[in-house]
Design a protein around this ligand. Structure first.
Ligand code: ADP
Ligand code: MG
Length: 843
């Protein structure tokens, strides 16, 4: 127990310690109570000490569950084989936390897995993030929280590191510091580990980072030593080192993330546009899922990264578009590439594990299987012709023939997941291993020969030579034959059925067998470690190959997508327009065509395309009216999604498309429910709107859906009115904006705001039923058709009839009608002075 307390003392308080005792990992005290609750394992007591144990061979599974429950787990294992009567030395081998785990079964293969560190000071927000499973490592710093928080949200880190007490300070910030509160909200509900402030020190951080990367300065990464992100970066490296119980060995470099080079999508926009998950919280129905045709997990992760921080680097985007185009020229080859990619393994994570001492034979098998496919992939790529964009990727795929050859000749066909299982090195690869193994087999033959010889000598037909872990080799004789046992047998044990014996010769042989097995195992392990070292010698080439594979995968997938859904290559340039001809919503279009799509009454199954034309200095704001269910929300979102797809290099669902580069996309929905976070819906709506008005630039794209809906009609209308005016405020230009609203009154704004255009989603009326045609047409909607929609929804006909009567009376301005509804307001005449001071009658 003394060993236990020593190790436990050195751990952070919230870490569960798994302590190896024989074939079990045991937890003690509070740890045992927690683990038994989370894992459903039995809580026992020894000398009043609560304890709970898990079998060592099933440890991985239990640990995964603890991590999933947001716990950190320290593993204290035996550092030497157990010997009877001697205290085994034990040591902490690693600490597993949600942000630093590496085991394949604890990671989602298709998602990046970040550990992030944050620090806020008078100069702004500083951050660093690290995917330990792949070695991706970045720093960032921005004077404005609003510029950095979006990307952090999109990264969705598994664990955060912050300075002790910072979260309380952020929570207590004055109310008007909404960005600090947003930062606090970002931390809420995530696993946060607090570290003392000195771990975030800038100078120490720079040094720690350089030591770990093995460089003398950071100029090679284009980073100044005074970059404030190096403080959090140092904290990350410190934390990772503590958890691995060794320096992380797979960090390839440090890159700076610059918000000015990235299209920003703030958290509310990510949610509203359903980029990574649908509003119901599943991947199903998200943009990510709709445009993901990758065959590898590394490809899926790259796509996620591209979506989380789309680049503003035009040439880079155009390169990706061109690559998709090249793929499309040869559909057969494209299909072949996609298929071959399906057979490569997750090299970045394999390297991450091998470099960080998490080694098992299958990892090497993964490298072997991947290298086997590279020559085939290169051959197919070569078929696309020289000079093409693809030849750049072709050049990044390294065949590494020597390594491939070595792995093929040394590794067994079928590989165990655990080194202890042995037999992972192929026979014939190493003469010494073969010799040691043959000793073992020879000995086995000797044993069966012995059995036969002893049966003859003693005339005991049932005599058996057997083996158990506790007793080693022995001769078993049943009760009935005990009188035949020769004098040279030495009795070892009595069992129910008979007696167990050994002989001098058997004892001698047992020693030889154990010795030979031990030697063979040691030799095999030595060969394995040498293989790992050889693989790691090529880690730079392997990592580059893996990068190229991931890029090929995303782009080939987009080629397939473009073919399947008839996408077009958008023109992306420095202009200030957004022009889409026959655009479609990438997700809704796919949903509608799926066999189990629920098509509402009065609608057709085919997606109806629509055009868009926005320009900062001309048709800046499109105001879209139309009845509920007409397709307003779908339309404005489709425009934002098409712009976003264009900016990550994907082709788009349209006939033609031109996107003047967009620096931020904002999307807000009126009265979106956020009660879970304790805010009234209206407050959330207004917070989010404030964020747009404060942060949008002329280059931004703004999607507003029913803003103002969360409050009473007059309030809501007035706010919506003022927001539109604000967005239009500049004399010459402003952010391209789509505003969907059910406030008919807003359509009058067209008269006062020269860059505002009215559109409506057309419907037809037929036999008092409404038919949705899904066409966006110029001009304001004539009325809202609420009653017809309510009828489609199945409201009782009596209610529909009554509503019609009331409406008719309201419209005839007959104030003598007694209205039963308590919330009915008397009609008032109100006037508002628009920005240009002319009087406008609203109602
Ligand atoms: P609104 O915002 O005007 O109430 P929505 O955009 O929510 O309407 O659209 C209602 C439904 O109509 C959507 O769920 C979608 O299935 C369908 N829809 C919308 N636009 C189209 C379109 N262009 N083509 C086909 N169906 C559409
Ligand atoms: Mg809507």
């Amino acid at each position: 127990m003394q060993q236990y307390f020593e190790v436990k003392r050195g751990l952070p308080r919230d870490t569960l310690l798994l302590f190896r005792l024989g074939d079990f990992f045991e937890l003690f005290f509070d740890d045992a109570v927690t683990a038994s609750r989370l894992l459903g394992i039995t809580l026992t007591k020894r000398h009043e000490t609560p304890m709970a144990g898990i079998p060592a061979h099933a440890c991985d599974n239990y640990v995964s569950k603890l991590l999933a429950a947001g716990k950190k787990v320290a593993i204290c294992d035996q550092a030497e084989p157990a010997k009877a009567g001697k205290l085994v030395r034990r040591q902490l081998t690693r600490i597993l936390s949600p942000g630093t785990t590496l085991a394949a079964n604890q990671l989602d293969a298709a998602r990046n897995h970040y550990l992030a560190a944050l620090a806020l000071d008078s100069r702004g927000l500083h951050a660093a993030w690290l995917d330990l499973s792949t070695g991706e490592f970045r720093v960032a710093s921005d004077a404005h929280i609003a510029n950095l928080l979006p990307v952090l949200t999109a990264l969705d880190p598994a664990e955060l590191l912050v300075v002790e007490g910072d979260r309380e300070r952020w929570a207590a910030a004055p109310h008007e510091q909404t960005n600090v509160h947003a930062l606090h909200a970002f931390c809420t509900g995530r696993l946060v580990s607090e570290l003392p402030g000195y771990h975030f020190d800038l100078a120490t951080g720079a040094k720690t980072v350089m030591d770990t990367l093995g460089v003398l300065n950071l100029q090679g990464f284009g980073l100044a030593h005074s970059h404030p992100g190096l403080g959090p970066a140092g904290a990350l490296v410190y934390y990772a080192t503590e958890n691995l119980c060794a320096k992380p060995e797979n960090l390839r470099g440090l890159q700076e993330y610059r918000s000015a080079q990235t299209l920003l999508l703030d958290p509310a926009t990510l949610r509203n546009l359903e980029i990574f998950s649908s509003t119901r919280g599943s991947r199903e129905g998200s943009l990510l899922q709709a445009i993901n045709r990758t065959a590898t997990s590394a490809g899926a992760r790259l796509l996620e990264r591209w979506l989380a921080s789309p680049t503003l680097d035009l040439p880079a985007v155009q390169r990706r578009q061109a690559l998709v185009g090249e793929f499309l020229t040869q559909p057969t080859r494209l299909a072949e590439i996609h298929e071959l990619l399906g057979t490569v393994r997750d090299i970045p994570r394999i390297l991450g594990r091998l470099q960080n001492r998490l080694r098992n034979p299958r990892e090497l098998g993964g490298v072997r299987d991947t290298l086997t496919q590279i020559p085939r992939l290169r051959a197919v790529l070569a078929g696309f012709g020289a000079g093409a964009q693809l030849s750049r990727l072709h050049a990044q795929l390294h065949e590494l023939p020597t390594l491939r050859q070595l792995l093929n000749t040394s590794l067994a066909e079928e590989l165990p997941n655990d080194l202890a299982d042995g037999d992972y090195i192929r026979a014939g690869h190493d003469p010494e291993l073969d010799r040691l193994r043959s000793l073992t087999t020879d000995n086995k033959t000797w044993l069966s020969d012995l059995e036969r010889a002893e049966q003859e000598r003693t005339s005991i037909r049932s005599l058996k030579v057997r083996f158990t872990n506790n007793f080693g080799y022995y001769i078993e004789v049943t009760k009935a034959n005990l009188h035949l046992v020769p004098a040279d047998y030495i009795r070892r044990q009595t069992t129910v059925g008979g007696e167990r014996y050994v002989t001098e010769a058997l004892k001698q042989k047992e020693k030889e067998i154990f010795h030979a097995e031990e030697n063979a195992q040691a030799r095999e392990l030595e060969l394995f470690n040498r293989l790992v070292a050889t693989v790691l010698d090529e880690s730079v080439a392997l990592a580059q190959t893996a990068d190229a594979l991931a890029e090929l995968d995303v782009l080939a997938g987009w080629g397939l997508l473009a073919r399947e859904w008839d996408y077009t290559r958008p023109v992306i340039d420095e202009s200030e327009v957004l022009e889409i001809v026959e655009g479609r919503h990438p997700v809704v279009e796919q949903v509608l065509r799926s066999p189990d799509a629920a098509i509402p009454r009065g609608a057709s199954a085919a997606f109806v395309p629509n055009d868009t034309l926005l320009a900062c200095d001309d048709a800046q704001i499109a105001l879209i009216t139309g009845p509920n269910m007409a397709g307003k929300s779908t339309y404005i979102r489709q425009v934002a999604l098409i712009a976003l797809m264009a900016q990550i290099g994907c082709w788009v669902p349209a006939k033609s498309c031109r996107v003047g580069i967009v620096d931020r996309i904002f999307s807000r929905v009126g009265a979106s429910d956020d009660l879970a976070r304790g805010n009234s819906t209206f407050m959330v709506e207004m917070n989010e709107t404030a964020n747009i008005l404060n942060n949008a630039t002329d280059r931004s794209l703004i999607i507003l859906d029913e803003i103002g809906r969360g409050t009473s009609t007059y309030d809501g209308l007035s706010i919506a009115w003022a927001v539109v005016e604000h967005l239009h405020r500049g004399a010459e230009r402003g952010a391209r904006t789509l505003f969907a609203t059910h406030y008919q009154e807003l359509t009058q704004l067209e008269k006062y705001l020269p860059r505002l255009r009215n559109f409506s989603v057309a419907v037809k009326e037929w036999n008092d039923e409404i038919v949705f045609v899904r066409r966006v047409v110029p001009g304001a909607a004539d009325r809202s058709y609420g009653i017809q929609v309510a009828r489609l929804a199945g409201l009782p006909l009596s209610v529909i009839d009554r509503a019609k009567t009331i409406l008719a009376k309201l419209e005839s301005d007959d104030t003598t009608v007694s209205l039963p509804a308590p919330q009915a307001k008397p009609k008032k005449k109100i006037t508002i002075a628009p920005a240009d001071d002319s009087q406008l009658s609203l109602l």
